[in-house]
Write a protein that binds this ligand. Structure first.
Ligand code: NAD
Length: 357
């Protein structure tokens, strides 16, 4: 099969980690007979330098014409003092909008061989952990009506959590599509004991799943309990679906369980198969250009693209297994190395994973 991938390298370590992911995708293509064509477009700081806009029109058009999009990271010291609207990060928000992406999927995976990096007790994580949080990205309290006013007690302010059945159904569909390819278990997180919007959330998730994905077992969990369970027994979770604000908080908590930011990928999806795949970390300007970054988060983002945009589940698994083998063989970039371990560079790690594909 043939696929065109728009690559937005971005700033800092972006070009290095994207090069690593491309190397691994080419290895997958050679093994399974696929042809990946990579078209590079500027975003973020480098786009500001090139044409004064963190998201040039050609980049948007290139992304919309491609089968999917791989992003490195944006930002850096050089652009820190620019006005908010002109900053590199604005390019990210705008590309999500332009592509109509309303979900964010963040797998927090702790690999067995890195279990000691977790801040949790070894017994809790020794068999590995993988919590995939599917977060609604364009609705809820972050986008609801807000305001402030003066009252008898002085100034007060409010924000509104509002969700429609349509918004809940479309994020549930994305979570279900993942769950059917995995354990067929879904945990839906809400605060239905207090919030009206959560009661609609809960009812809609159940009705939608019963109608469209009867093979999936749905369990509800209150957000306060979920926050506790992530540190008490993280291995119980697989796919989790939740609202914008709860997902924001819980996905950061779950990421901490893994102990390493350089290993975590994420994707944003909308109605079409075209998604935006990226590592969760930033552009790491402190190590940029030194060939020292960990490319695994971006390589795993590329693997998610194969599975979720192109339905290449076997090829996704091939990358996961190759990463596992590289870790089992003792390969470590500096950020994941235990004391005294020999470390490899970004390009050596990417090569090692490509070889193991
Ligand atoms: P960061 O994630 O870039 O770096 C935090 C720390 O983690 C640094 O010490 C860095 O060296 C390390 N690190 C990050 N990724 C790594 C990797 N792959 N391998 C090894 N070490 C890694 O966060 P920050 O320092 O707060 O932000 C730097 C810049 O990145 C800022 O301009 C920020 O706005 C931007 N940023 C961009 C994104 C994005 O593009 N999605 C996300 C977060 C931050």
């Amino acid at each position: 099969m043939k696929f065109t991938i728009a690559v937005l390298d971005g700033d800092g370590i972006g070009p290095e980690i994207c090069a690593g992911a491309i190397q691994v995708l080419n290895a997958v293509g050679a093994k399974y007979g696929h042809q990946f064509t990579f078209e590079h477009y500027p975003i973020g700081g480098c786009a500001i330098d090139e044409c004064g806009d963190p998201l040039p029109r050609a980049t948007v058009e290139g992304c919309l014409a491609a089968d999917s999009v791989l992003l490195g990271a944006v930002g850096g010291y050089k652009w820190d003092d620019m006005p908010v609207d002109k900053r590199p990060e604005k390019g990210l928000l705008r590309i999500r909008q332009a592509m109509g992406l309303y979900s964010n999927i963040r797998p927090a995976k702790l690999w067995k061989s890195l279990a000691k990096a977790s801040p949790l007790r070894y017994e809790l994580v020794k068999d590995g952990v993988e919590i995939i949080i599917v977060r609604e990205l364009t609705g809820g309290i972050y986008f609801g009506e807000r305001g402030s006013a003066e009252g008898a007690d002085g100034e007060y302010a409010w924000d509104t959590e509002k969700y429609s059945v349509k918004e809940i159904e479309r994020i549930t569909r994305i979570a279900c599509e993942l769950a059917v390819k995995r354990s067929k278990k879904l945990v839906s997180v809400d605060k239905a004991n207090v919030l009206q919007s959560s009661r609609l959330w809960r009812k809609t998730v159940h009705e939608y799943c019963a109608r469209n994905y009867p093979q999936i077992e749905v369990k509800d969990m209150l957000v306060d309990n979920m926050a506790m369970q992530i540190v008490k027994n993280p291995a119980q979770f697989d796919v989790v679906v939740t609202s914008n604000m709860f997902g924001d908080i819980l996905s950061d908590e779950a990421a901490q369980v893994t102990g390493s930011i350089g290993m975590l990928a994420s994707s944003s999806l909308g109605d079409s198969k075209r998604g935006l795949y990226e590592p969760i970390h930033g552009s790491a300007p402190d190590i940029a250009g030194k060939d020292a970054a960990n490319p695994i988060a971006t390589i795993l983002a590329a693997a998610m693209m194969l599975r979720d945009s192109f339905d290449l589940v076997r090829e996704y698994a091939a990358i996961e297994i190759a990463v596992q083998k590289a870790l089992d063989d003792g390969l470590r970039t500096a950020d994941i190395a235990e004391k005294g371990m020999r470390t490899v560079s970004c390009s050596e790690m990417a090569q090692a994973i490509a070889d193991r594909v």
